[in-house]
Design a protein around this ligand. Structure first.
Ligand SMILES: [Zn+2]
Ligand SMILES: [Zn+2]
Length: 287
């Protein structure tokens, strides 16, 4: 026995159709494959919609299909592939179901599991390490942005900090140092660097920049392929010109907060809005 699918018009065995009591032959008009396409398209459409909407705000009351209670939407988990954006059962019912089905692990079970994991790691060590390395390489930019975000969350004062970002040229070698320093320590820093270097150092650029650590970090990342050692980079004059042009757009001419604080009436300082560097500049160079 076969049946022709109403969507893809292919002739298929009856096993290829879902049951549907309301149809004449008790089977759906279209095949399982077409049904799965329909479902994916449906959930994608919903997911797209919920990107700009909040299901908790749009639907306030929903009936739980398990306990049949009418509850406020916050009693449900979100399910963005659904039209209403909420799961079918309330959080309580889902938790009850989960607890009744979870097998409680004893200490012994845990020890067995740990042993299995260790065993698996030893047997597939090289494979796993390669996978990790590949992941790190493929997600370099994301990892860097994540690291920067975490760092900024822990030290929010860095965003409004003002310091010097400078470019030092080592005469005759083509090496440049991209560095940052506190305004008050800048002169000392340059002297120290000159003392420890047999070649003459020339200051190509120095400017007051907001969030100097962030700007310095971005630059080190962007030109990492030219990195010699430490903060020294082998750069062409054109590249240096490019960096200076960028730094000039980032230069700030307000007085440093640490130098001369300007307390307002309520005792707080005026925060300086964070400068957002042009995105195109931050994309790493292709080798
Ligand atoms: Zn079909
Ligand atoms: Zn419920």
């Amino acid at each position: 026995m076969t049946k022709i699918c109403s969507k893809c018009k292919e002739e298929k065995g009856l096993g290829e159709f879902y049951k549907n009591k309301s149809c004449k032959d008790g089977l759906q008009l279209h095949c399982k494959k077409c049904e799965s396409f329909r479902k994916t398209a449906y959930s994608n459409k919903n997911i797209e919609y919920w990107k700009n909407h909040d299901p908790y705000k749009e639907k306030l009351v929903k009936k739980c299909s398990s306990c049949k209670k009418n509850l406020h939407s916050t009693y449900f988990y979100t399910n963005l592939s659904k039209k209403c954006g909420l799961g079918f059962a309330c959080k309580e019912c889902i938790k009850k179901y989960q607890y009744s089905h979870v097998k409680v692990m004893t200490e012994q079970d845990k020890e067995v599991r740990r042993k299995q994991c260790r065993q698996y790691y030893f047997e597939h060590r090289e494979e796993i390490n390669l996978m990790r390395k590949k992941y790190d390489l493929d997600h370099k930019e994301e990892r860097r942005m994540y690291w920067k975000q975490q760092n900024r969350r822990k030290n929010p004062h860095l965003l409004t900090e003002i310091g010097i970002v400078y470019i030092l040229q080592e005469r005759g070698t083509g090496y440049y140092k991209i560095g940052k320093s506190k305004e008050s320590e800048f002169k000392n820093r340059i002297c120290h660097l000159q003392c420890g270097n047999p070649r003459k150092l020339i200051l190509s650029f120095s400017g007051k920049i907001q969030d100097p650590s962030g700007v310095e970090h971005d630059l080190h990342y962007k030109y990492s392929q030219y990195n010699g050692h430490g903060e020294w980079f082998k750069l062409t004059p054109e590249t240096v010109e490019e960096i200076i042009t960028y730094l000039k757009t980032q230069e700030t001419f307000t007085t440093s907060i640490s130098d001369s604080p300007q307390p307002l009436k309520n005792g707080y300082f005026t925060p300086i809005p964070p400068l957002i560097p042009p995105l195109a500049f931050l994309t790493p160079l292709q080798v």
